[in-house]
Unconditional design. Sequence first.
Length: 436
Amino acid sequence: MTANPQGGTVVVAKRGDADPIETAEIRELAGAAGYHVAAEVTQTRTEDPAYHLGEGKVGELAARVRETDATAVVFDNQLGPYQTFNIGNELPEGVEVIDRFRLILEIFGQRAQTKKAQLQVELAELRYELPRAEAKTSLAKRDERPGFMGLGEYDESREQDIKKQISNIRDELEAIEDTEAHRRAQRRESGFDLVALAGYTNAGKSTLLRRLAADLDIDENEDRHPDLDTTAESEDRLFTTLGTTTRRTELEKRDVLVTDTVGFISDLPHWLVESFKSTLSEVYRADLVLLVVDVSDPVEEIREKLVTSHDTLYERNEAPIVTVLNKIDEVTDEELVEKREALSALAPAPVAVSAKEGLGLDRLRSRIDSELPDYEHERLVLPMADETMSLVSWLHDHAFVEDVDYGDQVVVEFEARPAVVEQSRAKASELPTPAE
């Protein structure tokens, strides 16, 4: 299920239960997939079981396709296999019918560059195809007509093949996740705090990552997570970040790794979110989550996105979540105050910033520092020895060293993550005892 790399001309279609019917997002999605939207057809009505739209509206859709020489119709709805077939029969020959979720999978397929991302896309595609294969099997058995409704030749083994492939990909993703979990543990032991950026596409997460990290890339020689990248794109397009991009930033006392992950998008089915839970594990395993929202959106849209994001994040996440109201340069001070008040129940203490203009970043860094797990204070009294100098050097790399006093003994005072404090005590216990 891959998109035509050349794109093409499409007509957007959408059925809604109430006016107004919004098509801005599906147009953006189509553009992100490389398509040119030439026209749109919308209808307010209950879903037609055969055509999704009313039969007359499908005729109008076919007319628009002919007028624009469109090669595909993109629905901002989920279509069943029979609806897809029926609509296709009313369109000019060769015109493809693409529903919302198949379009998203096309975009994911185009952006998948790492092994993990490619596996997740393949898993999502198989999850999309499975109910269609099951429908073919069910109808063919019931009606004893292979190819019923144009769904293709009945082949029960295809359904089993899909289930086997899904199982195999899950195993591969679990193996990758085990490796990533080990690397996360190593980073924590090395003194790094892990911060994840979450939020909807085009909220400005990648731009914020660049600002927070001050363009300090992770050491190229480090044993890196397979999805780590040394660049964080900030283009104004959906799904620029499909895998994860991690950069290092420095607070006053802390070394922090900040990870940008795939953006959320509205109305994603459970099976699609589940397919990408391996990428979301970067969020679930973080010490702190920054939930980035576009404050220039209408307040009801922001509220809806916050509710959906919280549902996704709180499912497995135990880390604190800080809401970041981004793009304050695009709203007035009065509008910002009104929106903060309107969203106070969902975002009781948000941080307002403009990643693009660099506004509010000091407040955000201070908030990150205060929300991350507390550091422990430690004072080590060490023998004067060569090995002690190595330990002091290690502490400078892994902790915030407040003072080092060199005398008959070496006294080091520092703050660090509990795991680093434990490591320092273990290393100190291994130092040679001075000769009597």
